[in-house]
Ligand binder design. Structure first.
Ligand SMILES: CC(C)(COP(=O)(O)OP(=O)(O)OC[C@H]1O[C@@H](n2cnc3c(N)ncnc32)[C@H](O)[C@@H]1OP(=O)(O)O)[C@@H](O)C(=O)NCCC(=O)NCCS
Length: 432
């Protein structure tokens, strides 16, 4: 038996035993989305009443674990870097606190000790012959937390791909490990209707052959990629690797040949999609998974010419300020990498920062283009960063434009039912 295999055997235990590395008052850092380790979080949930003051910090939890029970929050409590469907109700009721940050800066906040990281719980691929595991599904802020943590506890699952990049941990760095074999959770592509198609059509017109893409989170960015399958020589430098990007690779639209950095490689920091996507990641020389301080760094991503960043928002005011993460004061998601990639695209030669938004919400009863953001709205993309806003009625290009010009361009792409009212408001505000 190799020394690595011996260490593996010594550290292997049940999930119930592995979680005993957690002490009262600890913060456990868990990777984004499907990087979460279900067996460890289930064991923590079962034993939660035996702990006091433990926090779990994560972006986008996928499964609903019992530790989220508000009755036991003084034992184990979630603290969100970004809300998902399972944590949003708790966030909106004030039961789950959140940590505002740019995704690219979470590793730095962890390294500086401003975001605590005492223990890491992560899913991992099986170990290779050199003693390494791949944290391919989400190296994001997890690699920084591993440097800082007292104990790294991993859940080894044969369904986790062994991907390339800076996403590996050695057996010598692991305090304990357990094994599981459940399928990795799958997240399908959203339904694409006429509205999504219309917005995606405008976006596709702005993207030239040879562009490098960042595709954001939400229904419309996914719809956009379907209209890019006939483009040529596209590159990918993104935060989230999803099935949309896989479709572009399969269609031959992506070859990364015209990137200025990481030529020939697709770059991402977490994956969320189908089993097929996870299999595509396995030992794929055309893909590298990197920590988010690399993947989302605006200077690095923006070193690629023609970087086109496509992200979604929920509300846009007359200056172009985007509220992409809350509904008024109620948290909905988080900043994620939106501002990172808007800034990256603004730095890139020939780049474009594109924000997509349906013109209305709630069955055409609410305009998403508004004179001022709803009080309490968290601003995700600022007026100085915003560039293209696209609705199903067209494109408003805002960067370099005055307040009056921005207001007129945004009203022109608002839903027709709201345009007169918005013009009247603009007059009152001295913007028309
Ligand atoms: C904005 C964001 C939440 C979009 O996700 P989405 O699922 O496409 O969001 P939707 O536009 O469908 O809106 C979500 C819900 O809020 C409602 N909503 C949106 N805007 C609204 C508004 N202005 N007023 C009232 N309700 C609104 C929608 O109706 C929808 O409700 P429903 O689920 O009951 O239908 C998501 O893109 C995000 O979190 N962005 C910030 C992070 C980011 O961009 N990261 C990029 C790198 S991956």
């Amino acid at each position: 038996m190799s020394t690595y295999a011996q260490q593996y055997a010594q550290k292997l235990c049940s999930a119930a035993d592995a979680i005993r590395h957690v002490r009262n008052g600890d913060t456990i850092v868990v990777p984004t989305g499907v990087g979460e380790p279900p067996a460890l979080l289930t064991a923590l949930s079962e034993a939660r009443r035996e702990f006091e003051g433990v926090q779990v910090s994560q972006i986008l939890p996928v499964r609903k674990y019992d530790y989220l029970d508000p009755e036991t929050a003084h034992h184990v409590r979630h603290r969100a870097y970004f809300f998902s469907g399972v944590t949003r109700p708790g966030g909106q009721q004030g039961l789950i606190d959140f940590l505002p940050a740019y995704f690219s800066e979470i590793p730095q906040l962890i390294r500086r000790g401003q975001f605590p990281a005492d223990v890491v719980f992560t899913i991992a691929s099986p170990m290779d012959e050199h003693g390494y595991f791949s944290l391919s599904l989400a190296p994001d802020y997890t690699m920084a937390a591993i440097e800082k943590a007292r104990a790294v506890v991993i859940e080894v699952n044969p369904n986790v791909p062994f991907a390339n990049g800076d996403c590996h941990i050695h057996i010598s760095q692991v305090a304990a490990l357990c094994e599981s074999s459940d399928a990795i959770a799958e997240v399908g592509l959203p339904e694409i209707g006429p509205l999504q198609e219309a917005i995606a059509g405008y976006v596709a017109e702005l993207i030239p052959d040879g562009a490098t893409l960042q595709i954001g989170y939400g229904g419309i960015p996914d719809a956009v990629v379907m209209q890019l399958v006939h483009k040529k020589d596209l590159g990918v430098h993104t935060e989230m690797l999803g099935d949309g990007i896989l479709k572009l690779v399969e269609a031959g639209a992506v070859n990364n040949s015209r990137k200025n950095i990481n030529k020939g490689k697709t770059i991402a920091t977490f994956a969320l999609g189908s089993k097929k996507l996870y299999q595509f990641m396995h030992r794929n020389p055309g893909l590298e998974m990197h920590p988010v301080n690399i993947a989302n760094d605006p200077y690095l991503a923006g070193a690629n010419d023609n970087l086109h960043a496509i992200n979604a928002t929920m509300q846009v005011d007359f200056l172009g300020q985007c509220g992409s993460e809350s509904l008024g004061h109620l948290p909905y998601s988080g900043t994620g990498g939106q501002a990172d990639f808007v800034r990256a695209a603004n730095r890139s030669n020939g780049g474009k920062a594109i924000i997509v938004v349906p013109s209305t919400a709630k069955g055409d009863t609410i305009s998403r283009i508004v004179p001022t953001l709803t009080p309490g709205t968290h601003v995700t993309t600022s007026k100085n960063d915003v560039d293209y806003i696209i609705t199903e009625y067209g494109v408003a290009q805002l960067r370099g434009k005055s307040a009056h010009q921005r207001c007129a361009s945004l009203i022109a792409i608002a839903h027709p039912n709201f345009r007169d009212e918005l013009r009247a408001q603009a007059k009152k505000m001295g913007l028309a």
